[in-house]
Design a protein around this ligand. Structure first.
Ligand code: F0G
Length: 377
């Protein structure tokens, strides 16, 4: 009797991975990387461009929202940080440093950890949202709270990088802008052309500069027929670009863009001129109103600063500058869970407390306004 042969296990064949590979691998031919570049990635980029029906209905324009909160650390910074940290490691860096209003520090901490190097982050004391601080702590960054504002932190970070063996990963580092320009490539891939208008928040103006660069490259290689008009928005209390001078004590609830002396100021002015663009500003009340509209009407939850492009859309459309039928992309830059406290606050400042009910189905139905609607058993 022959021994029955052991059946071969039938394992599923490995399928080619359909997973998005992060912006460096996806756009290697359009970034300054080579075989020698170690790719430090968490799979950033490839974020959704969401058809924002409610905003289209409000304005008559065709509005899309580029949801950058969907990046690995919850903001657009990851696109630039994969490039900045990869290039830093390529150049032999063991420590990266940044100044931050929160998101850059969260991203630098995560990517440094991924690369096995250290991150030092300088943040304005008591001025960054808890979600962002918790990320930097969780990823083991060396965090220092500076007794000053973001602009002071950036000055120190720049000097540190000049005088000590640390590599600067703020957006004054061109690798950051290069990584961030990929968001414009993604928009063009989805729409098949550049939009008529692109709206986004402005702090250091690095992202405004990056989108413009991405769109310009797309136009030059013949992938698009136009350059979008780039509209950037600052908070009234920290609007140096609109006011035309440095703001010494910038102030706004939109802590991500509380910046009085933007690092990419002159680059942003050149991008505005090249694209027939515009800079505007909004009060904190208007920012929070836009934040509520976006959450309640489109299902997209962002941190307050990220909503300022929506305020810009509504105001520019009302003013007749954004015409009906125009294609508009708004970049919302950071996730709502970064700074969720604003969502539970009413416009009058009071907190929303959900109604408390007993463990009783009929009372729950009553509280939901369904009393008397029970189906017959
Ligand atoms: N939106 C968010 C959520 C941000 O965190 C920032 C900048 C901006 C918009 C503005 O972008 O500076 O390129 O004009 N945050 C930086 C930081 C300053 O430290 O996280 P920008």
């Amino acid at each position: 009797m022959s021994t029955p042969s052991t059946p071969e296990p039938r394992l599923p064949k490995p399928s080619p991975s359909a997973q998005w590979r992060g912006v460096i691998r996806e756009y290697a031919d359009r970034l300054d990387v080579s075989e020698a570049t170690p790719i430090v990635t968490l799979g950033e980029g490839g974020t959704p461009l969401i058809d924002a029906t409610a905003l289209s209905e409000r304005t008559g324009a065709k509005v899309w929202v580029k949801f950058e909160g969907m990046n690995p650390t919850g903001s657009f910074k990851d696109r630039g940080m994969t490039m900045a940290v990869s290039k830093a490691v390529e150049h032999g860096a063991r420590v990266v440093v940044c100044a931050s209003t929160g998101n850059t520090s969260a991203s630098a901490a995560a990517y440094a950890t991924r690369a096995g190097i250290a991150a030092a982050v300088l943040v304005p004391q008591g001025k960054i949202a808890m979600g962002k601080l918790s990320q930097a702590i969780a990823h083991n960054a060396r965090i220092l709270q500076v007794e000053g504002n973001f602009d002071d932190c950036l000055e120190i970070a720049k000097e540190l990088a000049e005088r000590y063996p640390v590599h600067l990963v703020n957006s004054v580092n061109n690798d950051r802008i290069e990584g961030q320009k990929t968001a414009a490539f993604e928009v063009v891939e989805v729409l098949g052309d550049a939009p008529d208008f692109h709206l986004l928040p402005v702090g250091n103006a690095g992202n405004y500069t990056a989108y413009h660069r991405g769109y310009r490259e797309e136009l030059e290689r013949g992938a698009t027929t136009r350059l979008p008009r780039m509209f950037g928005f600052q908070a009234e209390g920290s609007a140096p670009i609109i006011r035309g001078h440095i703001v010494k004590d910038p102030d706004t609830i939109a802590s991500a863009i509380r910046i009085g002396n933007p690092a990419s100021w002159s680059l942003a002015l050149a991008a505005r001129d090249d694209s027939d663009g515009y800079f505007g500003m909004f009060s904190d009340e208007k920012i929070l109103e836009a934040h509520r509209i976006l959450s309640a009407e489109t299902g997209i939850f962002v941190e307050p600063a990220s909503a300022i492009g929506v305020a810009g859309l509504l105001e520019r459309a009302e003013a007749g500058i954004i015409p009906k039928g125009a294609t508009v992309v708004i970049t919302v830059t950071g996730h709502g869970l970064k700074d969720p406290g604003w969502a539970v606050r009413q416009p009058d400042g009071s907190e929303v407390t959900p109604t408390v009910v007993p463990v009783d189905t009929d009372q729950v139905a009553h509280a939901l306004g369904m009393a008397g609607q029970a189906a017959r058993q």
